[in-house]
Design a binder for this molecule. Structure first.
Ligand SMILES: O=c1nc[nH]c2c1ncn2[C@H]1C[C@H](O)[C@@H](COP(=O)(O)OP(=O)(O)OP(=O)(O)O)O1
Ligand SMILES: [Mg+2]
Length: 198
């Protein structure tokens, strides 16, 4: 069992920090990599796993702390799994609103039954920058892409992601509800088990 009291989160995404800290509780303090550097590493991997490891190593190197990274995204069935690892860059770095608009456009006229999608989250934890054995945990969350945005909570593609088990969008869930059932929650559940935190 590995026991961490402080981890650096290898992410510049405030939404992820909030969710992951809420899931971890008070036993582990997550410090943002933004405290150490404002430079974001290029996500050159071809998979969520590769990018998560790359981000974790980079953060551990910069901070000198053990590092947790989250590489996540939305895989849309009709688009053959796109935008996938390119979810944050789908509209060429123009941000969440532009990404959502592009996705709605790509699925224009696509019927309900063909709008299936899953959120994917891979968490990678390294004890130090050259750790030969990163801990990797994956979580998936199945849903469907709405035809218009709905809801104010969350971040990213949440307003477009319909959650069948709750019959609402992911942005209509309260933060605590989303944190019980999301892709990130599932990955974190596995990580807590691996760390002996539950
Ligand atoms: O729960 C979620 N609810 C809505 N959208 C989400 C979620 N989880 C990931 N996403 C979207 C946001 C972004 O378009 C992409 C992640 O990209 P990803 O590179 O992992 O994160 P990022 O660039 O925002 O921050 P960073 O790399 O510094 O951790 O997937
Ligand atoms: Mg990113």
């Amino acid at each position: 069992m590995i026991n961490f009291t402080q981890l650096v989160l290898a992410s510049h995404n405030a939404g992820k920090l909030k969710e992951l800290q809420a899931m971890l509780g008070e036993s582990v303090q997550l410090r943002s990599i933004g405290e150490f550097s404002s430079v974001e590493p290029e996500e050159t991997g071809l998979s969520f796993v590769e990018n998560a490891i790359l981000k974790a190593r980079n953060a551990a190197r910069i901070s000198g702390l053990p590092a947790l990274a989250d590489d996540s995204g939305l895989a849309v069935d009709f688009l053959g799994g796109a935008p996938g690892i390119y979810s944050a860059r789908y509209a060429d770095g123009k941000g969440d609103a532009a990404n959502n608009a592009k996705l709605l456009d790509a699925l224009k006229d696509v019927p309900q039954a063909e709008r299936g999608a899953q959120f994917v989250c891979v968490l990678a934890l390294v004890r130090h920058a050259d750790d030969p054995l990163p801990i990797l945990c994956e979580g998936l969350w199945h849903g469907r892409i709405l035809t218009q945005a709905s809801g104010e909570h969350g971040f990213g593609y949440d307003p477009l992601f319909w959650v069948p088990e709750r019959d609402c969008s992911s942005a209509e869930l309260s933060p605590s509800d989303k944190n019980l059932i999301s892709h990130r929650a599932r990955a974190m559940d596995l990580l807590r088990q691996r760390l002996g935190l539950k």
